[in-house]
Design a protein around this ligand. Sequence first.
Ligand code: ADP
Length: 227
Amino acid sequence: MIRLHRVTKRFACGTEALRNVSLRVDAGALAFLTGPSGAGKSTLLRLIARLERPTRGRIMVNGLDLGSLARRREPQFRRNIGLVFQDHRLLFDRPVHANVALPLEILGYRRTEARKRVRAALDKVGLLQKENAQPQTLSAGEQQRVGIARAIVHRPALLLADEPTGNLDPELSREIIQLFLDFNRVGMTALIASHNLGLISALGRPVLHLENGRLEARHVTEPRSGG
Ligand code: ADP
């Protein structure tokens, strides 16, 4: 699903956020990305989502070589990716259902189909009863779940999450991680950046550790059995 071959990312200011990183995350896997603040986790996710371009190296996602991805194929590429951020980035001037519908609007879904998918996505994160609520009336955990519904509403093959539990207490963090495990069980590949080592280590899933732009573990295969 994801392959990086000797990827380096140097920003214009000279900072090398990633150095010669090679990794592979197979389709169907759920892997975590750990490492201290500034290690390069966000940059790695942004490269995979094609929000940034590498300085050197090759990135393949879902069979597509991002280095030679034509502009006309970008929509097809984005259709396969869901993004979750720590600060969820909800729009507070519209209700929950309209926030979740945003990716579908961008992808040109018809209104009736979009409505159906939005309700299905909210149901998956346990927030169907809040579809007409304004985001600011929700708790932090609920807002994050709306962000997750928005990330999966178009049923992407790959979910990328950047510190999705960063602002949440341990109990809410566990709930959010459980959602990712549920999505993974039905076939979604996921790469989740997280500081939360206590939570992660108990799950027995592959962990990629970044340190100062360098990766320790290199190869992730899917342990389908065992939760
Ligand atoms: P993490 O997500 O692990 O905290 P980041 O990927 O955000 O790490 O950052 C890795 C390094 O790259 C840091 O030194 C950070 O300051 C730098 N960096 C990140 N984004 C940019 C940018 N747009 N321009 C310049 N430097 C950046």
